[in-house]
Every structure is written in C-alpha cells, then in structure tokens.
Design a protein around this ligand. Structure first.
Ligand code: BTN
Length: 259
C-alpha cells in the first residue's frame, strides 16, 4: 500500500491531509497527536501494519502486514454535529456496511459499532473524542477491517468470533478500492448525520433484533434484555424479560487535554 497509489486511488475524496506508514504503533495515536497539532477535518492516517493497534476497552487490535485496512480519520465536528458526537461511531459502522453491501455481503452492526458478517466480527471501530472544555474539538475515528484471512487473530486472542472479507467472498479483495468506497460512504452519510434518516440507516443494520442479549459497561453488573432498536440519539433500546423497556447509552472514550 504505497503512498503514491493510495493518493491516486483517493484522488476524488476531499481529504484534509494524508499520512501513510508501512509500520506504525497505532494510527489512532498518530491521529490524536496530529489533531492536537491542528490537523484539518478529514485528515487520514493509514498503515499497512500496526504493532500496537488499540481496540475498545483497552484491548489490543491485531494488524499484520499486507492483510487488513487500518486507518484513522480526524473529523472536526461541523456546526450542528457537536450535538451528535456519539453518532460518529455509528457513522463509521454504516460506512463500512455500505461498502460491504456493494460487494453483495450482508453486514450487520453489533451495537454500537462492530460490523459482523454471518455473526462474526469483520471490523472494529475506535472513536476517540478530544475535548476542549465541553466541546468536542475533534473526533478520531479509527477503523480496522479484516480483509484477508491472515488478519484474523488466533482464537486465544479473540473475544468474539471473527472473519475476514476474503473468507466470506471466496476471492481476493482490493484494499484500496474498499478504502475508497468506505470513505465515500462516510462522506455521504456524514452529510445526513443530523437527519432522521441517519438513525434509521443505523437501525436497519442492527444485529440481534428481538434476541436476548447481555449488556454491560465497565465495572457495572451486566443486564439482560431483548434488543428492540435504536433511539434517535443512537442509544440502544431493549426490554427486560419482565417487559420493562430500558436504554443503554453510548460508551465512549473521552480525552481531555491538560490545560
Ligand atoms: C474494537 O473493535 O475494539 C475497535 C478496533 C479498532 C481498530 C482500529 S485499526 C485503526 C485504528 N488504530 C488503532 O489503534 N485502532 C483503530
């Protein structure tokens, strides 16, 4: 994935900047540092290999060379988008689902933003906000997609069954075209992020509807409930076995600069 070919493939996308790495610790760490230095909206960081890729909840994310998509976008919330920071995670998941749908796959979103194919995880998203007081100054959206089977971690490193796009399609997949399709879908859906159609699109991809799930946040006793759907703000609506409706708020990692 050399920079010249990447730039050519993404020439239609109005990126705010591009940094590519053959090998890097974590593209989200590069993006956070760049955001702190004033990276423009839609600055993109891509790596062929990550040596310390990060997942949600302090988990590690595996990106061996040449096998996956690992990239982070710096998004500067536009007027109106400040109110919907939690929606950015859904935006990434919808964009990946749209790109997979174009390949005749049937992706689903395990709330809030894991993308599954046939119940197996194919993509993870780590959205991190950089706060300036009460306002999100930037959102770093890190997306990792298992493209080739080699990108699937060994089973003892997995916390959820995983798959890759190539395993599902039974043929090789061009990573650059896939990246371009994801970014194009992301731009399209970003323009609709504050409209009703956005939570509806997210809801249409929602996995486990009508199914009993266990749900928890760090340090809190798990709850059980049947998935009903999404609230307009992206929270998940469920009902308990005794029929009581409850919602789960979006779980987010917040960073605060030292002032
Ligand atoms: C998860 O499912 O836990 C989220 C995984 C997010 C992985 C991506 S890969 C690109 C970006 N850089 C990182 O260090 N993490 C994200």
């Amino acid at each position: 994935m050399d920079e010249h070919t990447l730039r050519k493939s993404l020439s239609d996308i109005p990126l705010g900047g591009l940094r590519t790495f053959v090998q890097i610790g974590s593209t989200n760490d590069v993006a956070l540092a760049w955001a702190a230095e004033g990276a423009p909206d839609l600055a993109l960081i891509c790596a062929d290999e990550q040596t310390s890729g990060r997942g949600r909840g302090d988990r590690r994310w595996f990106t061996p060379p040449g096998s996956a998509l690992a990239f982070s976008l710096v998004l500067r919330p536009l007027p109106g988008e400040e109110q919907s920071v939690s929606m950015f995670s859904g935006l990434g998941a919808i964009a990946v689902c749209e790109a997979l749908g174009m390949r005749n796959l049937r992706p689903e979103i395990k709330w809030p933003n894991d993308v599954l194919i046939r119940g197996r995880k194919v993509c993870g998203i780590l959205a991190e906000a950089v706060w300036m007081g009460e306002k999100a100054d930037s959102i770093v959206m890190g997306i990792g997609v298992n493209v080739k089977p080699e990108s699937i971690p060994l089973s003892d490193h997995l916390n959820y069954p995983a798959t890759s796009i190539e395993s599902e399609m039974g043929k090789s997949v061009d990573r650059l075209t896939l990246l371009r399709d994801i970014l194009q879908a992301l731009l399209y859906w970003r323009s609709l992020m504050t409209k009703d159609i956005f939570p509806n699109a997210w809801d249409n991809y929602l996995a486990f509807k009508g199914i009993l799930v266990e749900i928890w946040t760090e340090g809190v006793t798990p709850k059980k409930g049947v998935v009903e759907g999404l609230e307009p703000d992206g929270s998940l609506r469920l009902h308990s076995q005794d029929g009581q409706v409850f919602t789960m708020q979006f779980g987010e990692v917040h960073l605060r600069p030292v002032l």
